[in-house]
Structure formats: structure tokens, C-alpha cells
Unconditional design. Structure first.
Length: 80
């Protein structure tokens, strides 16, 4: 998955990517690579691929993280 690839190539202060777009996938639910703590901007596209693992009901966790981030730091920060 793109999230695992991003983490594998991002060691320490080296972040070779400007952001992450995941389609039919998602970032970690908790930890330093969840939506709240991700080191770069993340765009998650909810689609139903391979059994629908990224369907809207499953991605509600990251929507709640987005809402918490936008309330804490502002909508602009949550969208960039």
C-alpha cells in the first residue's frame, strides 16, 4: 500500500514525497502515521476496490481525526 511505501522511504528527517494520495486504501489508524500526525498532507479517496475495504463506513475513523485536527488547528491546516 502507498502508506507503507511512504513510511519505508521516509526515514528520520528525509521525506522524499510532497504528500500522499491513497485510493481504495488508508493511512494507519493510530500512531505517528495516522491522519492527525502524518508528516505530509494526505488525500484519501473513498472507493470500493477489492471488497470495499475503503468504503465510507470504514474510513469514518479518519474523518473523525480530520474533524479533531480542523477544530484544534483550523480547517486550513487540516486541508493542507
Amino acid at each position: 500500500c502507498a502508506n507503507t511505501l511512504f513510511q519505508a522511504y521516509s526515514s528520520g528527517s528525509t521525506l522524499p514525497y510532497a504528500g500522499l494520495i491513497v485510493m481504495g486504501s488508508y493511512v494507519d489508524e493510530t500512531g505517528e502515521h495516522d491522519a492527525t500526525h502524518y508528516p505530509k498532507p494526505v488525500l484519501t479517496l473513498n472507493v470500493e476496490l477489492d471488497g470495499g475495504l475503503a468504503r465510507p463506513g470504514k474510513t469514518a475513523t479518519w474523518w473523525r481525526q480530520h474533524r479533531a485536527l480542523s477544530l484544534a488547528k483550523g480547517e486550513e491546516h487540516a486541508l493542507v
